[in-house]
Design a protein around this ligand. Structure first.
Ligand code: MN3
Length: 203
């Protein structure tokens, strides 16, 4: 079995003006596809690993042959992270549901959460992701990941995540990561994030 590019259930221009159509198209068809191609090439000689889901590969990195572990971590992470990211994007959905109750409980209020999340985004050095994830204690955590690492590899389940590689925003925002992060808050599909939260925490 080989991994394939998931289709988006929305048009590339549907997140405008916050994320532009050209960025979405290149990000999906070129960057995400490249992770998939490299993951498939990496697993060519490892038929046993091909039977696993990409998420399971990331959850069990330590059990993967050292020869391909880093490649699976990078390209498998790239595939899982982008597949996840596309699904949590939708324009102007009001924050809603159990996840917002949990956010308010953990961070005091939504604005305080947003501030902490933004700080994490702006202090992440280089390329990577910032996540809101559920840890083993069913508690919410803001996590900074370098490269294409995913909280799944640390036993945590992401419910929300932002791609902070420049390819995610450079065409429209250039070096202004803060503006991209601000715009991102207008394209979070809180209904999907809530679904992720409820499924991960048993809330
Ligand atoms: Mn990306």
């Amino acid at each position: 079995m080989t991994f394939t590019l998931p289709l988006l259930n929305y048009a590339y221009n549907s997140l405008e003006p916050y994320i532009d159509a050209q960025t979405m198209k290149i990000h999906h068809t070129k960057h995400h596809q490249a992770y998939i191609d490299k993951l498939n090439a990496t697993l060519e000689k490892y038929p046993k690993l091909q039977k696993e889901s990409a998420e399971d590969l990331l959850k069990n990195l330590n059990s993967i042959d050292e020869d391909v572990r880093i490649a699976v971590r990078n390209h498998g992470g790239g595939h899982v992270n982008h597949s996840f990211f596309w699904k949590i994007l939708k324009v102007e959905v009001e924050p809603t549901g159990e996840v917002i109750k949990a956010i308010n409980k953990k961070f005091g209020n939504f604005n305080s959460f947003k501030e902490k999340f933004r700080d994490a985004c702006l202090t992440l050095f280089g390329s990577g992701w910032v996540w809101l994830a559920v840890n083993k204690k069913k508690d919410l955590e803001i996590i900074k990941s370098p490269n294409q690492d995913n909280p799944l590899s640390d036993g945590k389940t992401p419910v929300l995540g932002i791609d902070l590689w420049e390819h995610a925003y450079y065409l429209k925002y250039q070096n202004k990561r803060a503006d991209y992060v601000e715009a991102f808050f207008n394209v979070i599909d809180w209904e999907k994030v809530n679904e992720n939260y409820v499924n991960s925490s048993g809330a």
